[in-house]
Design a protein around this ligand. Structure first.
Ligand SMILES: C=CC1=C(C)c2cc3[nH]c(cc4nc(cc5[nH]c(cc1n2)c(C)c5CCC(=O)O)C(CCC(=O)O)=C4C)c(C)c3C=C
Ligand SMILES: [Fe+2]
Ligand SMILES: [Fe+2]
Length: 333
């Protein structure tokens, strides 16, 4: 199971940022230039990033969130699937790194390995980058399967639908004037133009959720822009301001994150909450990430079983044969 990772303490912040910007899937330039740029950007960005991590006690909670998810998935898989599963955690840009995770897996001597991203929607900047790190480090003999994406997995969709319904009922009250803001991490436009299916998959997740929720005002928007390139939009901040102008109550749903971390706890809950207040948004609520929600764990379990080719209920209609150009099945062919 892998995710992006995050600094555990203030002293880790610059190193974490360096690792992120030194990734060729984030900055696609020759190694020498990329390394220089990563040093420059990480040293410039570290002071403000440190302040933001300080708002969460100094570091990111992403590892402890992921540990809870790993435990929940392991219990779920060992409960009835007829397999002896162990879930290992690897992070792309901070400890425990994917490379360390690979060593632990090799020492455990599995019969089969499933590499499972904690990103429902596929991006070359996240999922593919993690797959490549795993492949480069892997020396084991067991066959390895890669879970491509699960943006349309029925359990994943149902989990969101139920949580949104619950929050509309308990936290918004009058739902006639509410606007749902599905906020996903943004990406530079050129990454989408290069065939990244992320935006299309975000839109597909939202369309499937809204098919259950019915006729409610909603918008998809993109947060966390970094750097000088043009990013996909509309941005979450301008969408919040528009809601203020339209006199709408706002309920924000993190649709591309499955855990709580700096992008939800600081950007959405602190920075955008302040922005919402200034923009005259009278009700601003943020639905929590799915974390160890039963539906998410079922979705992950179904994806693992599907990858193993094991018998069992495989829910969802993601067909890798018709998938995007980076799909691991196509790349293996
Ligand atoms: C859907 C998930 C994510 C995509 C796509 C993604 C792309 C992407 N991110 C950056 C730059 C940064 N991301 C940072 C934090 C961060 N990003 C994701 C997820 C996606 N990123 C997560 C889960 C986190 C949180 C980690 C944590 O520590 O809690 C950061 C660090 C924070 C900051 O300084 O703002 C940066 C930088 C780029 C450039 C990019 C695509 C090109
Ligand atoms: Fe990011
Ligand atoms: Fe696929």
């Amino acid at each position: 199971m892998f995710n992006l990772g995050g600094p555990e303490k203030q002293a880790d912040v610059q190193g974490f940022l360096y690792n992120l910007f030194a990734d060729r899937r984030i900055i696609d330039l020759p190694w020498g230039i990329r390394q220089g740029l990563a040093s420059l950007i990480s040293s410039r960005r570290a002071p403000i990033a440190k302040k933001n991590y300080a708002l969460m006690g100094g570091g990111s909670p992403i590892l402890s969130e992921t540990r809870d998810q790993a435990q929940a998935l392991e219990t779920h898989l060992n409960r009835g699937a007829g397999i002896d599963a162990k879930v290992f955690i690897g992070m792309r840009y901070w400890h425990p790194f994917i490379e360390d995770c690979v060593k632990q897996i090799e020492a455990w001597k599995p019969d089969e390995v499933v590499v499972l991203p904690l990103y429902p929607q596929f991006s070359s900047t996240t999922t593919l980058s993690g797959f490549e790190a795993f492949k480069k480090a892997w020396r084991g003999k067991a066959p390895v399967k890669y879970v491509c994406c699960y943006s349309d997995n029925d359990h994943f969709i149902d989990a969101h639908v139920q949580l949104i319904r619950e929050w509309l009922k308990s936290k918004v009250g009058d739902t006639s004037n509410v606007r749902l803001l599905f906020s996903a991490h943004g990406l530079p436009e050129k990454i989408i133009k290069n065939g990244d299916p992320y935006q299309e998959q975000v839109e597909s997740s939202v369309a499937r959720i809204m098919a259950h929720l019915g006729d409610i005002d909603h918008v998809i928007c993109y947060q966390s822009r970094v750097g000088p390139l043009k990013w996909i939009g509309p941005s979450t901040d301008e969408t919040i301001q528009a809601a203020g102008r339209d006199g709408k109550a706002v309920m924000l749903i993190p649709i591309a994150f499955v855990s709580e971390h700096i992008e939800t706890l600081v950007e959405l809950d602190i920075e955008y909450a302040e922005l919402a207040e200034k923009a005259g948004v009278h009700v601003y609520r943020r639905v929590p990430a799915l974390r160890t929600n039963k539906g998410l764990i079922q979705a992950l379990g179904a994806e693992v079983m599907k990858a193993l080719g094991a018998v069992g209920p495989v829910i969802g209609d993601h067909d890798c044969a018709k998938c995007h150009k980076f799909c691991p099945k196509k790349r293996a062919a």
